[in-house]
Design a binder for this molecule. Structure first.
Ligand code: ASP
Length: 354
């Protein structure tokens, strides 16, 4: 990715860096074929003159090319993380405009790639382009900027976390998932309460927000990612060959098993044999539930216990999006799979209730 626009004068106190990656919020209909395509950042800013009313200095940074988030690659996350690191001292907070389709993946990944964060990094976007009547983009953008610059009486960031702001709710990024393809209420964090809700004013749920503890370590980043992860969604009728291809394929170091209910999968011998073989090959096998809320308990049913006995580890109440980002980050940081498994079980960035 190449940054094609960066407008900044001198470092200022009240400032936010607004980073534009693409997504519906800044799209316009292409008259040639009627599909939505990204337009440039200046046009987007012109659509939201309300931002000026904050009296904040807002700097902008635009990626090129602007993308529909279905095209997001981990290289975008690396570019975002490097950009935030480079500009960290200059801003109170960061707002990232991003398509909704993969926003939960990006917010999850960034939560693991940024360490000792003490400033807000707020993802937002919209279901309707900002230039269209009834757009949700304006409110999402305006509130995201307000949250990114909000400070308490001691001058500390009100929400020093990677979050998604959407439809009046501020959600922890690595707990979020897209739940609605067309409605304005597109995101939810079913296993963790919202960090804030916006009405006439923004009400922060400070008891659920993570604040840096004790002597705060310096902000740092991780950009090494190992993407050799596959996701196997269990379903009735899944074939032995399909399971074999995914679990035993040479291109995967880890497999996320998306299982039924509390972490249950097929109890047939062929299935368990393949899982055992994958474990013997040294693969990292992580159990995540297909359910929107609740968590994995492999001791509840025999069908879950088989997986535990075969070496599968529990993803607890993590989202698949978060499990993927955590695995990319852990495998990029550690070559030893035993260490990856040990850290997978731990709550690193508020991603699991443990
Ligand atoms: N396809 C779009 C994207 O993810 C959808 C959106 O932004 O809402 O970029």
């Amino acid at each position: 990715m190449i940054f094609n626009l960066f407008k900044k004068t001198k470092p200022r106190r009240s400032a936010v860096l607004l980073i534009y990656t693409g997504g519906t919020i800044g799209m316009k209909e292409d008259p040639a074929d009627g599909t939505l395509k990204p337009f440039d950042f200046n046009a987007l800013m012109e659509e939201v003159p309300e931002l000026r009313k904050f009296g904040l200095d807002i700097d902008t940074y635009s990626f090129s090319p602007l993308i529909d988030s279905s095209d997001v690659e981990p290289s975008l996350w690396q570019s975002l993380v490097n950009l935030i690191f480079e500009k960290y001292d200059d801003y109170l907070g960061f707002v990232i405009l991003h398509g909704t389709d993969t926003m939960a993946y990006s917010a999850s990944a960034l939560s693991f790639m940024l360490d000792n964060l003490d400033k807000p990094v707020i993802f937002t976007g919209s279901q309707l382009p900002v230039g269209q009547p009834r757009t949700d983009g304006k409110e999402n953008l305006i509130s995201a900027v307000e949250i990114a610059t909000s400070r308490d009486l001691q001058g500390r960031a009100t929400v020093p976390e990677v979050c998604i702001y959407f439809n009046s709710k501020l959600l922890r990024g690595n707990r979020s998932t897209k739940i609605n393809a067309t409605g304005f209420d597109a995101f939810s964090s079913p296993n963790y309460p919202p960090l804030a809700t916006a009405g006439i004013s923004i009400k922060y749920n400070s008891s659920y927000i993570h604040y840096p503890q004790g002597s705060h370590k310096a902000f740092s980043i991780h950009t090494g990612l190992d993407t050799r992860v596959s996701i196997l969604k269990i379903h009735p009728g899944i074939t032995e060959q399909a399971v074999r291809d995914i679990l035993l394929g040479s291109g995967t170091r880890a497999v996320i098993l998306e299982t039924y209910g509390a972490g249950n999968a097929i109890s047939k011998d062929w299935f368990i044999r393949i899982v055992r073989e994958a474990d013997r090959m040294g693969k990292v096998l992580l159990n995540v539930t297909q359910c929107l809320s609740g968590d994995v308990n492999m001791d509840l049913y025999a069908t879950g216990r088989h997986l535990k006995d075969a070496g599968v580890i529990s993803g607890h109440d993590t989202t698949t999006e978060s499990a993927l980002g955590k695995l990319f980050y852990l495998m990029g940081s550690y070559s030893d799979n035993a260490k990856v498994k040990e850290l997978l079980e731990m709550n690193l960035k508020g991603e699991i209730s443990k």
